[in-house]
Each structure stands twice: as C-alpha cells, then as structure tokens.
Design a protein around this ligand. Structure first.
Ligand SMILES: Nc1ncnc2c1ncn2[C@@H]1O[C@H](COP(=O)(O)OP(=O)(O)OP(=O)(O)O)[C@@H](O)[C@H]1O
Length: 445
C-alpha cells in the first residue's frame, strides 16, 4: 500500500450521468519507480464480485491511505505564468492539478502577477491551514517562495525578521514543480526535470530535509536562499534580466558571451569560517540545540583571502543541472550542514572558459591553479572600494553589487554575510545519494 496514492470505485456511467451507475470494481492509483529517477502514475483494477465486498474494501483502503501522515491533504500553490516560455499554468492545470485531484488534495492557487507577489501572499498566509506549499516555476520563483515560507515562519515564531541569527524551521514542506529553463533545484532534488515525478513526490509525501542559507548585510537579513554566485555568475544574470524581452535561451547565451567578452575580476575581501567535518558538525549542532548550548563565536577561526576574483560560488546544495550534471558544487550534500565555497581567482579568459567547460565534462572543474575550494559554515564578502579610483564602469548602479541567489537577482548590499542553516526546510523529494547517476549532457560552451 505504500506505493498507492488513491483509491476510487469504478462505475460504468452513460454520457452526462454524474451519479450512480453500475459498480465495476475498485481502481488503485499507484506510484511506480521508472528508470532515470522518474516516477510514473499507474492503475491496478479489481473487478466487482460483490457490491458489499467492494464497499468494504474501498472503506478499508481509504482508511489505510488516510494513515500516511506525510501525505498532504491541502496545499498552497504558486504558479509563475512568466517563467521560461510561459508554460507554468499549462503544466499546472494540465498535468499537476489532475493528479492532486485524484489524490483528493485541496488546493489554493495563486497565479503570480508580479515579482514579489508570492512573497507578499506568503507574509499574509495562514500556513497552519495547509500541509505544504508548492511552486510551479523556474529557480527564481521557487527561491522566492522558499524565502517567503521561511520569513513567514520567523514572523509566526515572533522573531525579529530584520536580523536573524538562529532561524526557526519552515512549518510545512515545500514542493518544487520545474517550469523554468535551468531548473537547478528540481534537478538537485529529483535528479530529473519531470513534472509527474515532481508532483508524485509531493503526493506521496517524500520528505527531504535540506540546508538553506541566510544572506545578510551588516544591518539586516536580505533573504534566504540555497546557493549564490558573485562576480561572473551574478553579472551574467544581471545582464540577462536586462534583456528579458529576448527568448530565454538566447538571452542566457547572449549574457554569458557578453560577460565573457568584458570579463573582469572583482577585488574583494573574502573571509570564511571553515568546517572540517560537515556531517560531524551537523550532529554536533543538533546535540547543542537539544542541550540548549549556544555555539561560541570564535572569531579567530575565520580565514581571510583577499584578491581579484572572477567568480565566487557559495552553495549549500550540490546544484545539479543539465550544464553541470555532477553539480556546480559536487562536494556538498543536500543536508550535511556545509557550504561549498568555490573561488576562481583572476586568470586569462581562455583559462576561465576551460574551467567553465569542465562543468559539463567528466573532468574535475576545480583542478586548476586559479580555482580554490573550501568547506565552510559562514562566508563574508566585501568588495574593496578604492577611494578616488572608482569609475562608472567598475561600480554597479546605486553602489550595490549584483548577487545571483538561486537564479534570482539580488542587489542590496555591499557587504554580505552568508550563513548555512542545517536542514532548515523540508522539500518534497529524495536524497541525492538515492538518485541514479544523472545522464544529462550539455552542448553549451
Ligand atoms: N507575473 C509575473 N511577472 C513578472 N515576473 C514575475 C511574475 N511572477 C513571478 N515573477 C518573478 O519572475 C522571476 C523569475 O521567475 P522564474 O525563475 O520562475 O523564471 P525564469 O527566470 O524564466 O526561469 P529560469 O530561472 O529557470 O530561467 C522571479 O523572481 C519571480 O518573482
């Protein structure tokens, strides 16, 4: 029964007949595991030998299904109609909603009308009314909903949302239905971009605790997010966003090529609190939390690196995608309480392109003298401003440097402090260690 997600009485009805009809038997709707990490819905039919038996079996089977605690009965759904090629509403209403209906899940749907809409709805939302939250969209909208869900959790817990050191967990799990172009979060969580697979993980209540970060300026919390890029990865996104009128893939290729053409390093001061054994640290944090012990802020453990950096990635999850089938940060896990810090120092454009190309190949993308990788629990970045030498070209508009947070542009602070919060959010999906090897390939670059 653990693979069954719905049971229905099967009847023969005439066209237009809504009620009654000859009872033919019982249909079980099951979730099957297919190759390449995919899930598929299927049916098993039992013929009616006695109406009484059918009703008795139906009642018992329903009772068993109601006993699965993780399976949602009511969901708050966000659909971004603007994602990728505007296919999210079609994906939701044609493929996701019929499966939710079959599983007797009530839904409250918001089709977002502007950037930030999901966040403002979540701030006012009574989360207790729902068993989970689902977003149909690209990485940007999914990240906005994860941020909103966690921000609302802090508000409900009476926490000061301007500056959060120890955030509370999201009260309900979050489901990701991919409808974007890159779909890093869906690939990382499901191993594949497949609507039915993502929907069935929600219906079956497959829960995966996942690490998430807070991004803060010295004075306030900027947002929650799973991964971030600074310098090249952020500039590329900022340029792509300015050209939203272009078709998505063309826009992204154009932004990569233009940013590569004017490749320049960012001069920064970067400091990080290293983590030597991620799993051990998570267990230690867990024990200290249970025992009510506060972690000491031992400032002398901070490591500092200064220099000119072409790209800096800070990732709490491995970030798999078609362009990087092993992940942008293959050294971290979904929930090991660690941040992968990947620093690309200044080098020639040709060498930087070689490094980028390696993400799609089987060769180690970090095996270059100008690439350094660290495992951290906190990272601080501060671009170095040299008084009197700034030109319009090297200071971004408004003095704010762009950040790429899960594919969403954040422009809000000069100095950013990133902290990882182990297993702060439950996502509907599976552990990356349970996934088959991704067979995704890439033709870009
Ligand atoms: N109706 C809307 N109009 C404009 N922007 C919206 C709307 N609804 C949501 N958004 C914003 O659009 C941004 C991008 O969304 P999303 O990531 O889903 O699409 P995408 O950028 O096309 O996909 P991908 O990141 O995979 O390329 C999000 O930050 C979200 O807040």
């Amino acid at each position: 029964m653990k693979d069954v997600f719905s049971v229905k009485l099967k009847r023969r009805r005439f066209v237009g007949q809504k009620k009654g009809g000859t009872l033919l038997g019982i249909t079980l709707f099951v979730c099957l595991k297919k190759e390449d990490n995919k899930l598929k819905d299927s049916t098993v039919n039992f013929n009616n030998l006695s109406e009484d038996h059918c009703h008795e079996w139906f009642r018992c089977l329903k009772e068993i299904l109601n006993g699965f605690q993780n399976r949602p009965k009511s969901l708050k759904v966000f659909v971004n109609p603007n994602s990728h090629e505007r296919e999210a509403p079609h994906i939701y209403y044609e493929q996701v909603a019929p499966l939710f209906k079959l599983a007797d899940i009530q839904t409250d749907v918001t089709v977002t009308e502007y950037k930030g809409h999901a966040l403002s709805v979540l701030k006012e939302c009574e989360l207790q009314a729902f068993d989970g939250v689902v977003c149909v969209g690209g990485d940007g909208s999914i990240s906005e909903v994860a941020h909103g869900l966690l921000l609302k959790a802090q508000m409900d817990a009476g926490k000061e949302t301007d500056y959060i050191l120890t955030p509370v967990r999201a009260p309900v799990p979050f489901g990701i239905i991919p409808a974007g172009s890159t779909n890093v979060l869906a690939y990382t969580l499901h191993g594949v971009k497949h609507t039915v697979t993502a929907t069935l993980h929600v219906i079956m209540g497959h829960i995966q605790p996942v690490d998430i970060c807070t991004f803060s300026s010295p004075s306030k919390l900027l947002r929650f997010g799973f991964s971030a890029m600074f310098a090249f990865g952020a500039r590329t996104l900022a340029l792509a966003e300015k050209h939203r009128w272009m078709p998505p893939n063309q826009r992204k290729d154009f932004a990569v090529i233009r940013t590569l053409a004017s490749l320049k390093p960012e001069e920064c001061e970067l400091s990080f609190l290293p983590l030597n054994n991620p799993q051990q640290c998570f267990q230690e944090n867990d024990r200290m939390k249970k025992d009510g012990i506060k972690k000491s802020d031992s400032k002398d453990q901070w490591h500092k690196i200064e220099g000119h950096f072409l790209n800096v990635s800070i990732m709490a999850i491995p970030c798999l995608c078609a362009m990087a089938p092993r992940g942008l940060a293959p050294n971290t896990r979904l929930n090991n309480g660690s941040l992968a810090l990947i620093v690309v120092r200044n080098t020639s454009r040709a060498d930087f392109i070689k490094h980028l190309k390696r993400y799609a190949s089987v060769k180690n993308q970090f095996n270059f003298p100008f690439v350094e990788t660290y495992t951290a629990q906190e990272v601080k970045i501060q671009p170095t401003l040299k008084n009197g030498f700034e030109t319009e070209d090297n200071v971004p508009e408004g003095g704010n440097y762009p950040w790429n947070i899960d594919g969403d542009l954040m422009e809000g602070a000069l100095e950013v402090h990133v902290r990882v919060h182990p297993q702060l959010i439950n996502l509907y999906g599976v552990s990356i260690d349970d996934l088959d090897d991704s067979k995704a390939t890439c033709g870009c670059l």
